[in-house]
Design a protein. Structure first.
Length: 214
């Protein structure tokens, strides 16, 4: 317990850093994932190609490499932002590819007749997708979206290697101070467990309220 009680402020700062990264990157991933899923099922060929390339490139790129590309590459083009914002961009864009595929799989579960009926009533593609297809698709993809965001929370540990304040990075100063590395990581694991269980609880509530009845 001494590791935690004597360094509670340090753990708290790292914990809050991870929570902030998770929340902001999740919001970005959900927005981009929705947009790319819309592109992938759009009737416009160029949109479909763009969505496909986005998903293919990001899903097959190691997250660490993406961090290097964003945090070290973008400043070379004159885009200088706080490291935390760069980390949010890397995490959010990477996870958006997986969110996109989850949403697209949900869209494919909606009977085609639903979209055809909407179009026969004169609704545009955007209206059909937003008012008819996505509300039904969302109900079937709540659990996999939750799992994807839990993975995002754990992936945020990579940000500590790029001077971003987060939970895993707390082991470095504690190790230098001579604290037991085992107990240092035990309390780090507890912090991640709190975050992931909170996300799981939130999506369990959403599934019970909006999910498809089995």
């Amino acid at each position: 317990m001494d590791v935690l009680t004597e360094n509670f402020a340090l753990y708290g700062k790292g914990f809050l850093g991870t929570v902030e990264l998770t929340v902001y990157a999740s919001l970005l991933a959900l927005v981009l994932g929705f947009l790319m899923a819309s592109f992938r099922v759009a009737p416009v060929g160029s949109f479909r190609v763009f969505g496909t390339v986005w998903v293919t490139v990001l899903r097959n790129t190691p997250l660490t490499l993406l961090f290097f590309a964003v945090l070290l590459g973008l400043p070379r083009f004159g885009l200088v932002l706080p490291f935390q914002l760069f980390a949010v961009l890397a995490l959010g864009c990477y996870t958006s590819a997986f969110i996109c595929e989850v949403l697209r799989s949900g869209i494919n579960t909606v009977p085609k007749g639903q979209g055809e009926a909407a179009r026969s009533l004169g609704m545009s593609f955007g209206q059909t997708l937003g008012a008819v297809v996505l509300p039904q698709a969302f109900r079937s993809v709540i659990p996999p979206i939750g799992s994807t965001l839990i993975a995002l929370a754990k992936n945020s540990a990579i940000a500590g290697s790029f001077s971003v304040t987060e939970l895993l990075g707390t082991y470095k100063p504690l190790n230098e101070l001579g604290y037991s590395i085992v107990w240092t990581f035990v309390w780090i694991a507890v912090g991640y467990l709190i975050i992931t269980l909170s996300i799981s609880a939130l999506f369990n509530v959403l599934e019970k309220r909006y999910g498809v009845a089995r």
